[in-house]
Design a protein around this ligand. Structure first.
Ligand code: NAD
Ligand code: IPM
Ligand code: MN
Length: 364
């Protein structure tokens, strides 16, 4: 099969981890006889520098002509003082999500057997492991609601955002969460703030209605504040966590860190046609950018999700996931995963890519 993928590496650690994801993809392409045509486009800060805008038309057109987008990360201190709507995040990433209606964001956070020591959780909690799929609504809520802005001056200055959800927006993301739960452990935990927010009251109502179509899946509701706490106490009791845009953003960073690092969490953002943007859940990590030490696993696993969800290449996706799990359990770890005093020595971004490629080549 032949495919076309738009590669938008972006800023900070984006290009560093993307290089390793491309090597890993090349290894599975050979193994599974895939032909993928990659076209690279500027996005985010680098696009501001080169084209004067974070999302040039050429980038958007390139994405439209592709089967999927493989995205790195955008943003950084250099562009933080621009007007908000011209910054990489609000000027490129959010418009891309909106333009392609990528409403369904999947962020799988798994603490694999044997890797419990990577988690900052207390040993009696981490030893049970966990396998959580955050299903985050990605094109609505307070991120996209209008009006949004800033007015007035001096003491009278004020700013506002609008949290807004329609029934149909809630319904479609809820349905995706229940479908995902059917092939997992048949449980959906819907995260909201229905004791305060009107959006959450509607959210609960619609989620209940969708749940009625899925008698095989258990539904529970939890408030966002309690959810952040219960995740630290009993993460193994969660299966699918269904979240609105902002709550899913927060919950997914917490889940990432519970597995050991932001650098382990991949994500898929898809629309109703199966088109998707695949990116690490974390950002451009300016604190470690340019040093060759960033963890490429989230980017590599995002490439695997792209193979699975947009290119329909399950076997190739699984081959990558197995190679990553093997590398981690054999002690190949980047620096941020290693606790002080441990016997591990930190691997570089490239060394992680090397071992994962090697394991793919050696696999049957
Ligand atoms: P961040 O995710 O970039 O970094 C948070 C912490 O996690 C840092 O200590 C960083 O070093 C660490 N980290 C993240 N990814 C890592 C990796 N692969 N390997 C090792 N450590 C890793 O979040 P931030 O510092 O809040 O944001 C930095 C910039 O990135 C901001 O401009 C932000 O808006 C942007 N951002 C972009 C995206 C995206 O493009 N999808 C996502 C989140 C943040
Ligand atoms: C993420 C990021 C983005 C978000 C930012 C960079 C706009 O934090 O993908 O989680 O908030 O969605
Ligand atoms: Mn985030």
């Amino acid at each position: 099969m032949s495919y076309r993928v738009a590669v938008l590496a972006g800023d900070g650690i984006g290009p560093e981890v993307m290089t390793q994801a491309r090597r890993v993809l090349q290894a599975v392409e050979q193994k599974f006889n895939l032909v993928i045509d990659y076209q690279e486009y500027d996005v985010g800060g680098i696009a501001i520098d080169n084209h004067g805008t974070p999302l040039p038309n050429s980038t958007l057109r390139g994405c439209e002509q592709s089967d999927a987008i493989l995205f790195g990360s955008v943003g950084g201190p250099k562009w933080e003082n621009l007007p908000p709507e011209q910054q990489p995040e609000r000027g490129a990433l959010l418009p891309l999500r909106g333009h392609f209606e990528l409403f369904c964001n999947l962020r799988p956070a798994t603490l694999h057997p044997g890797l419990e020591a990577l988690s900052p959780l207390r040993a009696d909690i981490s030893e049970k492991g966990f396998d959580i799929l955050v299903v985050r609504e990605l094109t609505g809520g307070i991120y996209f609601g209008k009006p949004k802005g800033r007015e007035g001056s001096g003491d009278q200055e004020f700013a506002y955002d609008t949290m807004r959800y329609s029934r149909s927006e809630i319904e479609r993301i809820a349905r995706n969460a229940f479908i995902a739960a059917q092939s997992r452990r048949q449980k959906v935990t819907s995260v909201d703030k229905a004791n305060v927010l009107a959006c959450s009251v509607l959210w609960r109502e619609v989620v209940e209605q969708v749940a009625a179509e899925f008698s095989d899946v258990e539904l529970e509701h939890i408030y966002i504040d309690n959810a952040t706490m219960q995740l630290l106490k009993r993460p193994n009791e969660f299966d699918v966590m269904l979240c609105s845009n902002l709550f899913g953003d927060i919950i997914s960073d917490e889940c990432a860190m519970l597995t050991g690092s932001m650098g382990l969490l991949p994500s898929a953002s898809t629309n109703s046609k199966g088109f998707g943007l695949y990116e690490p859940a974390g950002g451009s990590a300016p604190d470690i950018a340019g040093k060759g030490v960033a963890n490429p696993v989230a980017q590599i696993l995002s490439a695997a999700m792209m193979l699975r969800y947009s290119l329909n290449q399950n076997a190739a996706a699984q081959c990558i996931e197995e190679a990553v799990a093997k590398a981690l359990s054999n002690g190949y770890l980047t620096g941020e995963l290693i606790s002080p005093g441990s016997e591990h020595t930190a691997k570089t971004t490239k060394q992680m890519g090397d071992i994962i490629v090697q394991y793919i080549n050696e696999s049957n």
